[in-house]
Design a protein around this ligand. Structure first.
Ligand SMILES: [Zn+2]
Length: 292
């Protein structure tokens, strides 16, 4: 009927609702979590998940991070097949691990190995917040410890990128033990002259912030990263004080002397390469200095 025809037309002429405008087709487009501007996923990926408009640093998966820093084909992964058991019989833990394995293609929340950055060889560990929120259980602790020991054996520097919600609840005290295990490995590495660089990315909290993340000779962070031990609410309730808005951000920690520098993701390779170069040259010039 003619009436229906007009009714239909009216329906087609509808202006998309605000909600519909906000919805982004999965995969093709990506909305910035900070400024809400929409970009092609390809463009965001090209910028290493840094928003081209406002510079917000979105999480970056472990392998994209490795590709962005290492010389092509130089990265050799270590201990890729280590997997967690369920030592405490925690309900549904195995299923959750399996789901995260499928989602990420990783066996646990950290990728470790060795490779070269602009020709400088270094040991490396990078956490992936997509796997159980990057939480640290016995596999994460063990892989990081082995990576540090491998760097020590080879007398090369060690760089770690952290992204973690803290110790992994499902492994209880075994997760907490990883704090001391990794710290002892770093102490041994460091006492033999090993250079360690820590880069904290969003978020680095709990037992990870309280152990290896803070133990670098250089401690860096990405802009806007949340870094802290206990959460803001707990601290406010305990101290009965209102905390500043930027509390526990990378910029706040830099201002208060807990970080050496806040580094943009696009400048990271250059900075790491420069530091590795300085320390390497230091070693060489010491050996070849004609004055010695
Ligand atoms: Zn943005």
């Amino acid at each position: 009927m003619l009436k229906d025809f007009f009714a239909k037309k009216k329906k087609y002429a509808q202006v998309p609702s605000e909600q519909a405008k906000q919805d982004v087709p999965e995969g093709l487009m990506k909305k910035c979590d900070s400024c809400n501007k929409i970009f092609y996923t390809k463009e965001m990926t090209k910028h290493l998940n840094v928003c081209p408009n406002c510079g917000y640093h979105h999480p970056l998966d472990a392998w994209s991070r490795i590709e962005s820093l290492f010389d092509e084909g130089s990265f050799e992964e270590m201990d890729a097949n280590l997997t967690s058991a369920n030592p405490l019989g925690f309900p549904d833990y195995e299923e959750k691990l399996e789901k995260d394995r499928e989602k990420t293609g990783l066996n646990d929340g950290v990728v470790t190995g060795k490779g070269t950055i602009n020709g400088h060889r270094t040991g490396f560990a990078v956490m992936d917040s997509r796997f159980r929120m990057g939480s640290m259980g016995s596999v994460v602790g063990e892989k990081i410890t082995r990576a540090i020991e491998a760097a020590r054996n080879e007398s090369i520097p060690f760089i770690i990128f952290t992204a973690s919600g803290g110790a992994r609840m499902q492994e209880g005290v075994l997760s907490l033990m990883q704090m001391s295990k990794t710290s002892v490995a770093i102490e041994r590495f460091s006492s033999e002259g090993g250079l360690m660089i820590s880069v904290m990315t969003h978020p680095t909290t709990g037992g990870v912030s309280a152990s290896f993340a803070s133990l670098g000779d250089y401690n860096f962070a990405e802009p806007g990263a949340l870094i802290g031990f206990a959460g803001r609410r707990i601290i406010e309730q305990t101290t009965r004080e209102k905390l500043p808005d930027d509390f526990q951000t990378a910029e706040f920690l830099l201002k208060h002397g807990q970080l050496d520098q806040v580094v943009h993701r696009h400048e990271m390779k250059e900075l790491l390469s420069t530091i590795l170069g300085i320390h390497m040259e230091g070693g060489v010039s010491h050996e070849t200095d004609p004055g010695v």
